[in-house]
Design a protein around this ligand. Sequence first.
Ligand code: ADP
Ligand code: MG
Length: 389
Amino acid sequence: MSQIFLDRSKLSPAYVPDVLPHRDRQMKLLHLLFQDSLRHTNEAQLRATQLIGGVGTGKTCTMTRFGEEMNREADKRGINLTHIYVNSKLEGTKKILLYRNMLDKVSRDIATRSLSSEEMLHQMMRYLIDEDRFLLITVDEIEYFYKRSDEPLIYDLTRLNEIFPGEPTRVIGTVFISRDTSFHSHLDPSELSSLGRSYIEFERYDSNQIRDILSLRTDEAFQRGAVDEEILGFISDFVSKEPLNGDIRIALDVLLYSGIYADAEGYKTIRPEHVRHVLRQTHPDITTEELFKISENGRLVLLALIRALETSRTAYVSLRDIREFYNLVCEEQNSHPVSDIEEELQDLIDRGIVRMKSLTQFGIVGVTAKDLDRFLTGIRQRISNEVSG
Ligand code: ADP
Ligand code: MG
């Protein structure tokens, strides 16, 4: 049994937790949009909307959760509603493929073979009327569809209820999910007008939001005490910045792999070195070449930072700690300490080697403290050899 994990599947991006922190606004907007649809199915109109936001902003899982909530609500009212989810990246960039998958999810009883895409939609609507069923349809990664196809998918799906005019609405809504609105330029005016231009925005998660999300997942996935706040802060800080821009999936991944690594190394808790190890493997942003470009004094400052990190066993140390170790390192290397190391630190920050979280918190990302120490000692020795030889 793992010393670290309770259930690591809870860190999988495929897992949708019950509570989605920081998505209340989006969830509420969805509820507002559809609140009348189930109350008066006879008068309901199809509602179309778009969920727009970057990768890993929780669009898909928010819609999944919302679909479930609508289902429960419908059950209470004795309405037979199904949320149908199709993803154009996974299920096809031709209408005919996408519709076939859609119909399969509505019911295995609808024959689709050798039907045209129009005939399929016709069959589906007939079936819904005959069986007294209702649908909410989501098409995810719609931008991908329009990159490869010029078929008017949105036009079709937003007008499903018009296939049998006079019948009450069977499809209460169509939700299109996309990274951005650039697919609008592929739509003809009538398609764009049936879609509408307004959308629900999914903003990037910032560092604090990522930490909240990770924190809830940690409770489900890890043994108590295996992950402390500092580790979560470290990962959130890293993922919230360029180039990852708050992609929550990467944050979950880094947490998962840090746990696996710590477990394999026989630890009961994740340490900052474990996270650094994972980050270095997945996001190496410090190269030998980079290190050679640092000034001699800069290297001493870096070495001091590393020693301070190793000694404190934390992800960040203060300027005062660095200064203390700097004096020590200079003594060991027979170098003259300079009085002002801030300038060197700033240079290391500009080079992307040192990360400054606040004035009292400095750390490195991209390399484990242990490795870099050895690395720098090696460089240091080579330099000394050159000087003396
Ligand atoms: P997107 O579709 O915007 O790329 P996803 O919805 O696929 O993002 O999010 C990836 C995973 O991250 C989700 O399955 C879920 O596990 C997790 N996640 C995203 N947002 C949240 C949130 N607000 N709270 C908890 N988990 C979240
Ligand atoms: Mg998605």
